[in-house]
Design a protein. Structure first.
Length: 613
């Protein structure tokens, strides 16, 4: 049955109790008579289970208003969350309600969440069960506050167990470890002044600890909440006992002075270390300061035992004290995140649990480690069975930042490998490391993308429409070793060769000419060949190389515009009246030679240019 909010938790609790009773009776039988999953139900349960199964049809008659606010109370003046806890010998449970009030003082109470759990086997007394119910209440309230978009102004907790309230309001810390661990969880989420007493008759969580039929559930206060929350004048302190002295001595109190000092110092150090880690971003600095604190506390305990005449153990070395502090901090983080796993020595998880694939177990120091199939290998224990760390705890950020700095701000994979080699397995480690890298200033600066500068406007010769190669850019590239074809005893057939590229600035067309050398006359000849093929150009852009500047500075430098105009004037007459060989003499031949060079190749280049013109 899918019921994550817990509307019908008292109804489903009946089926869980039937299964719990069957398994408990089967465990008491010899191995040969124990029930298997395919065996039929015992005779007594065969009559109870069908009756409970048939009662589930009445759930269709159940109506639940799901809006936290009525239509006439769209904008409440104040909202408070009220969480009730209760326990019985069979189960523990809690119920949460949201109380909203308007300007006129009218109150509206809405059901938010409910939980019913079968009583844990380790809780062997009613005070322990009530304490477990209080832990479920604070964990449920913490999850509700995370999910609500608009959190309430305050949170109030209620219990009908004066023993639990005395535990919470006690400051001595003289309790067994079972009680002390749960009190640590409660005090980390809530404050003692938030807890109040409620009679059992007014406690709606009483239905969460007892199986209830669907027909009777609608008539109870499970879905609508207690009546005193609907009063116009409401004070949570009206149900709180003012004096807890009548409950002294409290159950499970440890009166040993030495153990009392050790428990108190351990509890205080846990809270101090958590606050220390939140204030310090450096994991080694937090360990160093916490080691000094533990060494000081141990020295005080030694002096106290010496005054009482008891045996004194040898003092810790710095390495031993540092290891002890490390284990205390890790244990405190695991206790807060995995209270159910830390309450038993051999945690057994169902296949649906999020940590079932990790097969966690507790070592001799009481720390949760990841299981696996490498137990018989010769690898270090930190690699075979790393410590299991919860996601979202402040210790995770400190450890990740420390190893991220050790790897010199490498990426996610390198940082994750360094954390694993250090002996830590972080729940949802990839997501935690990715979040760390997103907030790392150094990584964001090193991995930032190159910014594109604001470019200036293009020059006029790049954007105006003009014939190809009217404006060109030139550059020389190379050299290459080419075969010259002439080899003697003194010379080789290989020679260096460069090339000059002419790029049209408007159309991006490309023209390449060969350069046997990098001197100025060779470039002038190459430029003349270019003009002979592509025509004259008005603008030439270059990187001002020496051969370019030499060609520009020569007295008889290339006057492209004048040479082109001269060729056009004389070439038009020459095309109309085809000349014979003698016409290439005199001034006309000098003009041709000035632009195109001399020889048959120059004559063909001039002819092609004139035809294009």
């Amino acid at each position: 049955m899918y019921d994550p909010i817990g509307f019908v938790s008292p109804v489903t609790l009946g089926g869980r109790l039937i299964l719990r009773r069957i398994l408990s009776e089967s465990d008491e039988l010899p191995d040969s008579r124990r029930l298997d999953w395919d065996d039929p139900l015992p005779e007594e349960q065969r009559r109870i289970y069908p009756r409970w199964l048939a009662s589930l049809d009445d759930l269709r008659l159940l109506t639940i208003p799901r809006c936290f606010l009525p239509q006439d109370l769209a904008h409440p003046v104040s909202q408070t969350l009220h969480v009730f806890a209760d326990a019985s010998q069979d189960a523990i449970g809690c119920a949460s309600y949201l109380r909203s009030t308007d300007n006129s003082g009218d109150a509206y109470v809405a059901f938010v969440r409910g939980e019913s759990r079968v009583a844990p086997r380790a809780a062997t007394s009613i005070p322990r069960l009530e304490l477990c119910a209080a832990v479920e209440a604070v964990m449920s309230a913490q999850q509700i506050l995370r999910e609500l978009k608009s959190p309430p102004q305050d949170v109030y907790f209620y219990s009908d167990s004066k023993v639990v309230l005395a535990y919470i309001n006690s400051e001595s810390g003289r309790f067994t470890r079972y009680v002390q661990r749960r009190l640590t969880i409660i005090k980390q989420v809530s404050r003692p002044e938030q807890w109040s007493y409620v009679p059992s008759t007014s406690n709606p969580a009483d239905f969460a600890s007892r199986a209830t039929e669907p027909r009777a559930l609608q008539q109870t206060s499970w879905l609508r909440g207690p009546e005193f929350l609907r009063r116009e004048i409401f004070s949570p302190d009206s149900h709180s006992p003012t004096d807890f002295s009548e409950l002294e001595p409290l159950p499970e109190t440890d009166d040993s002075p030495v153990s009392t000092a050790l428990i108190a110092s351990s509890s205080d150090s846990d809270e101090t270390f958590s606050a220390l880690i939140r204030k310090l971003s450096s994991w080694p600095a937090a360990l160093r300061i916490a080691t000094r604190v533990v060494s000081l506390c141990r020295g005080l305990v030694r002096k106290m035992r010496q005054k009482q005449g008891e045996a004194v153990h040898k003092n810790f070395t710095y390495i031993e004290a540092r290891t002890l502090v490390h284990n205390i901090i890790i244990r405190e983080a695991q206790t807060v995140a995995f209270p159910q796993l830390m309450s038993t020595n051999e945690p057994k998880l169902g296949p649906w649990h999020r940590l079932a694939a990790l097969a966690p177990f507790r070592d001799e120091q009481g720390l949760l480690r990841v299981g696996g199939r490498l137990g018989m290998s010769e690898l270090p224990r930190e690699i075979k069975h790393p410590l299991l760390l919860p996601a979202g705890h402040p210790i995770i950020t400190s450890i990740l930042r420390h190893h991220h700095n050790l790897t010199k701000h490498q990426g996610r994979h390198v940082t994750h490998s360094a954390v694993r080699e250090a002996g830590y397995h972080i729940e949802n480690g990839r997501r935690a490391i990715q979040k760390l890298l997103q907030g790392c200033v150094t990584c964001r600066r090193l991995r930032a993308s190159c910014e594109a500068p604001q470019m200036a406007s293009l020059p006029q010769d790049r954007v105006l429409a003009a014939p190809p190669f009217s404006a060109v850019g030139i550059d020389v590239f190379g050299p290459w070793m080419i075969s010259h074809g002439q080899t003697t005893r003194r010379t080789s057939s290989l020679m260096k060769c460069w090339a000059v590229i002419f790029t049209c600035l408007a159309s991006r067309g490309v023209h390449i000419e060969c350069l046997p050398s990098l001197d100025t006359p060779t470039f002038i000849n190459a430029f003349r060949r270019f003009v002979a093929i592509r025509g004259g150009c008005s603008t030439v852009r270059s990187d001002r190389d020496t051969n370019f500047i030499g060609a520009k500075n020569q007295d008889e430098g290339i006057n492209v515009e004048q040479a082109s105009r001269c060729l056009l004037d004389h070439g038009a007459t020459w095309l109309l009246n085809p000349p014979h060989a003698s016409h290439f003499g005199g001034a006309w031949e000098r003009k041709i030679g000035q632009v195109f060079g001399r020889g048959d190749v120059a004559r063909h280049s001039a002819l092609n240019y004139l035809r294009r013109a």
